[in-house]
Design a protein around this ligand. Structure first.
Ligand SMILES: *[C@@H]1O[C@H](CO)[C@@H](O)[C@H](O)[C@H]1NC(C)=O
Ligand SMILES: *[C@@H]1O[C@H](CO)[C@@H](O)[C@H](O)[C@H]1NC(C)=O
Ligand SMILES: *[C@@H]1O[C@H](CO)[C@@H](O)[C@H](O)[C@H]1NC(C)=O
Ligand SMILES: *[C@@H]1O[C@H](CO)[C@@H](O)[C@H](O)[C@H]1NC(C)=O
Ligand SMILES: *[C@@H]1O[C@H](CO)[C@@H](O)[C@H](O)[C@H]1NC(C)=O
Ligand SMILES: *[C@@H]1O[C@H](CO)[C@@H](O)[C@H](O)[C@H]1NC(C)=O
Length: 337
């Protein structure tokens, strides 16, 4: 008993010393690379920048926005969200800043990098031949944050080699028109893809997601607030692991053919609000086994649904929440569905 009383604090003290030693670890090569990044993107006029103090000491694992693995001591997280101009605040994008291009090769030395966040930096793309394809050797990179930049469709082909990615955030950029699904082909580990708030109209499916290995593990797909107007949604076919699909605030019109949701047997949440959907074609509908069997939440608010029979709901045996407000439903509702 007496021994325990002392051994606990002693053990705690040893752990703390241990932890602080590990925190101090910083590979020379990585420290140099971080300072190159600072030189490359730091504007000395922005005195509020988190990068300001980088290099004041040699212990790079303790620098703002940098984290290291506590065993290997190597940099595993670099969060450069909104470092270009922190004074603008999180909601405004200052057009006068002008576009700039990243040299992604600057991140190549971080062989253990797991998370890289470059969001909200007015970035229009990468320097020629120094794009994200250069980072394909970083096989621990699981999370790439590029939201709130000025990236156009050309960024997609440069992401192909990042085959270890699980989370990719491209929301609030300038992706537009047709997106070729083959740009996502090699991202076979991807679990979450965020393409919200762009100007995407459709996905070219000729070589689509249906091919094995292509987005096989995708569980969450954000496509809300785009300009998707092709109600066939045939690009959804291969996404057999999908659990959450966000398609609200697009331009889906008229009747939707429910067979496009057929292979989504794991889908739990589907948002289709804020479109111009009139009804769902049920001939090949949700009633077929396997189709949306697990769907629990369905948002259909703010559409033009006027068919009070709601017979399309019949197959949705797991449904727990249904949102139908702000539609054109009239008269008696048939609730036997
Ligand atoms: C910093 O501000 C000064 C004065 O406004 C300006 O002349 C200079 O170009 C700025 N430097 C950078 C790197 O933007
Ligand atoms: C080391 O990191 C792991 C994962 O990030 C964490 O769970 C663990 O608590 C950390 N250990 C110490 C001693 O900080
Ligand atoms: C990009 O960064 C790498 C690594 O620091 C450097 O070797 C290369 O010259 C840079 N490219 C350009 C175009 O600045
Ligand atoms: C997409 O954006 C590019 C410029 O970023 C523009 O040239 C092109 O016309 C746009 N396409 C569509 C379909 O809006
Ligand atoms: C979608 O919108 C584009 C551009 O406005 C148009 O060219 C195309 O025909 C529309 N497609 C459908 C299916 O309505
Ligand atoms: C729903 O609206 C469409 C298009 O305006 C119309 O053709 C159809 O008859 C309406 N259906 C019902 C049940 O009111």
């Amino acid at each position: 008993m007496g021994l325990n009383r002392f051994s606990l604090p002693v053990a705690a003290a040893i752990m703390m010393i241990n932890a602080s030693l590990l925190v101090q670890g910083c590979l020379e090569e990585e420290r140099t690379a971080l300072l190159q990044i600072k030189t490359s993107i730091f504007d000395p006029n922005h005195t509020g920048s988190p990068l300001l103090s980088w290099g004041n000491d040699a212990l790079c694992c303790g620098w703002p926005r940098v984290s290291c693995d506590n065993i290997t001591g190597r940099v595993n997280e670099i969060v450069l969200f909104n470092v270009i101009d922190p004074s603008t605040g999180a909601l405004s994008r200052d057009a006068s800043m002008g576009d700039w291009y990243l040299n992604a090769t600057l991140f190549l030395p971080f062989q253990e990098l797991n998370t890289l966040d470059l969001g909200f930096n007015y970035m229009a793309g990468c320097v020629a031949n120094e794009g994200f394809e250069r980072l394909s050797r970083l096989n621990k990179l699981e999370s790439l944050g590029l939201r709130l930049n000025n990236l156009d469709n050309s960024i997609l082909s440069s992401l192909k080699g990042l085959s270890s990615l699980k989370h990719l955030h491209l929301d609030d950029n300038r992706l537009n028109g047709s997106i070729d699904t083959k740009d996502f082909d090699s991202l076979s580990e991807l679990e979450e893809l965020d393409l919200r708030a762009n100007e995407i109209q459709n996905f070219v499916t000729s070589t689509g997601f249906e091919r094995p290995g292509s987005l096989d593990k995708l569980e969450i797909l954000y496509l809300a607030s785009n300009r998707i107007n092709d109600s066939s949604l045939s690009f959804l076919k291969g996404l057999s692991s999908l659990k959450q699909l966000y398609l609200h605030d697009n331009q889906l019109k008229g009747p939707m053919d429910m067979k496009d949701f057929d292979s989504l047997s794991k889908l739990e949440e589907l948002t289709l609000g804020g479109n111009e959907i009139q009804n769902f074609v049920t001939s090949t509908g949700f009633e077929r086994p396997g189709s949306l069997d697990k769907l629990e939440i369905l948002y259909l608010s703010s559409n033009r649904i006027n068919d009070s029979s709601l017979s399309f709901l019949e197959g949705l045996s797991s449904l727990k929440q249904l949102y139908l407000d702000n539609n054109q439903l009239k008269g008696p509702m048939d609730m036997k569905g």
